[in-house]
Design a protein around this ligand. Sequence first.
Ligand code: KET
Length: 462
Amino acid sequence: MASTMLSLVSAALPLQENHKGKMNLGSSDCSTFLRKEKRNPFMKTKSFGRINMAIAVNTSRFEGVTMAPPDPILGVSEAFRADNSLMKLNLGVGAYRTEELQPYVLNVVKKAENLMLERGENKEYLPIEGLAAFNKVTAELLFGAGNPVIEQQRLATVQGLSGTGSLRLAAALIERYFPGAKVLISSPTWGNHKNIFNDARVPWSEYRYYDPKTVGLDFDGMISDIKAAPEGSFVLLHGCAHNPTGIDPTPEQWEKIADVIQEKNHIPFFDVAYQGFASGSLDADASSVRLFAARGMELLVAQSYSKNLGLYAERIGAINVVCSSADAAARVKSQLKRIARPMYSNPPIHGARIVANVVGDPALFNEWKEEMELMAGRIKNVRQKLFDSLSAKDKCGKDWSFILKQIGMFSFTGLSKVQSENMTNKWHVYMTKDGRISLAGLSLAKCEYLADAIIDSFHCVS
Ligand code: KET
């Protein structure tokens, strides 16, 4: 706790001690010191005749800084670490764990890292836009090699600090070049979207997405809200595996969404954080983005390799801007670099090399696809087992089949805030307060326990 103590330098001591511990007499030396101190708004001064006496105040200069609340997602992991219960389960953050609930480093990542060591690569600065080999493969992975947007050089790709950093770069671009334009985000959405646009001073509003009655997509609400938005708005879309609901539009619905966005001259802005994790197929999970690109639309796509390559801490991703001409793409890229330079100068190299090695090498690429299918498969098994356990144990006969319809890492349980709190306080199950659980952090062995916790919280807490 900051204590406030005024240490009044004795008036009987007409000498001041300066920062370096030297004594200043009433000389020119001293007046320089005092002039400097006068300019410091935090140092209180008092006049003692001709010599100003400084009163050292050991109140913090940061007194006005209030305590920030814990992050609704990453704060859950902090609380989990502090819990000593043997039963505790961390279903908060979307991070893949093995059946033994241990973090998992993909074999292809280890192989790529070994290659890097063998090659004895250096640690020079990357260019502001990132590693060229990474930017090439990341665009191909997203749009498909040979896609016209790549062939016609209509694409500006800049390596970013994973999905979050890439979204933030795009938000800064919007703020700078589309002043006043609104970003429409789904209700609900990944919690950090709002922070990102708030910090970039980009206005946003929500479009309807989730219908609690059907535990499905409120497609009509979504379409009418996108229609009602001011022309030329940005529409943030989750490319696949919508977070937190796990509910994606069907291919037909994606077409209709593209129709309205085109009609209204909006700009689609995709967040692709789970490519390969929704269906187990990298191509299928990029189909929404490719559908929009095939219509010749201009669009933005933020990519992340946190989940699909398990590179959470490497902070590797990209921002891609599809433009209608190569010339526009070159200008957009130059501005993205201009935004990045004063923020973090240039991105880290390690994760970029891993991705370039894995995606750029046919053998490693195939191995990666197999590993991803394994990860996606384990999540599907856990999803099924949780559904089976809930259905078998729930004496009230509630229909839990929505769990099987949701895809990706998460299940949106429909548990309210107080019910979610009961999950944590009584059952030591850590989850976000919006009722989302990460199935990637669940094992088959823990499904029964989790089902008990959910049933208790759902039926006994209101
Ligand atoms: N978009 C979405 C939709 C998303 O769920 C995440 C991460 C990100 C972007 C950013 O991930 P990055 O590691 O910056 O590439 N979501 C998980 C972790 C987090 O909140 O940071 C989560 O929802 O648990």
